[in-house]
Ligand binder design. Sequence first.
Ligand SMILES: [Zn+2]
Length: 275
Amino acid sequence: MEAVNGIKHIEKSYNENKLSHAFLVETNNCEKCLEDIKKIIKLINCKEKYVDNCEKCNLCYQIEKETLPNFQIIRPDGTTIKKEQIINLKEKMLTKPVYSKYNTYVILNSEKLNNSSSNTMLKFIEEPEDYLIGFFVVNNKENVIETIKSRCQLIHQYYNEEEIKIDDEKIETVKDYIKNIELDNKHIMLYNKNILMEKNYTREELIIIFQQIFKVYENVYINDEYENFEFLKDMNSVQLLNKMKIINKYLDNLQKNGNINLLLDSFVIEMGHVK
Ligand SMILES: [Zn+2]
């Protein structure tokens, strides 16, 4: 199945009566993503006409508070999601819903399903009942076993981590850096050394710059906004997504006190390898 951008597209398939029974949602923020999934779960179950923060019905209230028995959230128990958790989940999900239209479950950090819990899960999603809908939330879909992945509709849901305060000088650096990465990758290590490092940015400043770089690619990917970056038009969505993942990874690395020179060099090399 083809991947779609944004959980909000589920609303569309619901309105068109084409709702899948299992979704694999790849995101950079699982907890934030859960909040958005809850909105969808309210929408498809609400007995009133659902509007944001529906306060008319008890159902939406219970979904919000996570107290509805046929809406279950599974989080890793320690380092894995255990088989017993899935067996428990199955029991709750197989009774036909009475109050709500669907039984829904969310498995956060689905990459933590171990072999036996994956197998238990698998039997469960192979022939889903009409009233059953599941969301597998992950940071990286590659870490989910193929047999589960192949039964899910893939969704990408990326978030801007808080509004970034950035001055004009850094915005110019961002533009210049992306331009060099994309259009002059052969000389990009020289650019790191002779231009970027010469500016003597602190680690914190570089983090802000990387957040802004992420935002540029994300704007192209999600909103088709190319302003100042027309040369990114030639890139397909897989390439854009892969670059966003690389930027995210280096944002993490920058926060972990690695050697900045080395980080910047391996960053531009990885970016150059995305084809
Ligand atoms: Zn409602």
